[in-house]
Ligand binder design. Sequence first.
Ligand code: GUN
Length: 283
Amino acid sequence: MTAQLIDGNALAQQVRGEVAHRVQALKARGVEPHLVVILVGEDPASQVYVKHKVNDSSQTGLKATLERYPADMAEADLLARIRALNADAGVHGILVQLPLPKHMDADKVIETIAPAKDVDGFHVQSAGALMTGLPGFWPCTPHGCMKMLESIGYPLRGKHAVVIGRSNIVGKPMALMLLAQDATVTICHSRTADLKAQTLQADVVVAAVGKRNVVTADMVKPGAVVIDVGMNRDDAGKLCGDVDFAGVKEVAGWITPVPGGVGPMTRAMLLVNTIEAAERAAG
Ligand code: GUN
């Protein structure tokens, strides 16, 4: 193995420690930072995710409230609830777990969240803030990836980063964050012709496709940083990423594992956004 591991669990623990300090500082000023997580319906994966989010928050001293609603909740009622939370000065962050039931328009729901409380960073105003460099909330997954690059002291200026995946919550924001650090960025996707020709030029590869073995050892420049955002299952049902870890770790300079890489960092960055929202509200 040539690659050094970027340990998402260890880094997330450090980030949570920093959040816990900020929470205490805010509480000393009489403000209790508060995240509200909304879950509509019974999606099994979503139930696990929201439990993690609430537990992570409690661990750092952040107040987190889970609001659960039935799958047949009317969209108008959800929008009304979000508007009430927007107006509640005691609530600093609002997260609506996705996916929502099919009868709801997820875009409309997300756009109803006040941008100042959009700790997921999914609102168009959050996306616009990232695009223009104005203060806002960055989506947690790419933000966590940037923290991982920062943790190894990797100088991005002038480097070539290839991002594979063009989702609004990972690929596109990731590309903007890298660009803001003066990297040269190529955004690819699963249908990019000769993806290997692109990745072989990359100093940093970020894989966010949601498919196994998108990145194999022959596609990686020796010494490159490989960040694996994927969350898939292998034939044995074991959690794996988009990167062929066993092969790529023999070529890369740094690599993130799955599990224990980007996942814990995504969760940690939600806490960062929430304490940030509360600090901004407190002035
Ligand atoms: N569903 C899966 N991941 C996420 C996430 O990061 N935020 C929300 N709101 N829903 C999700």
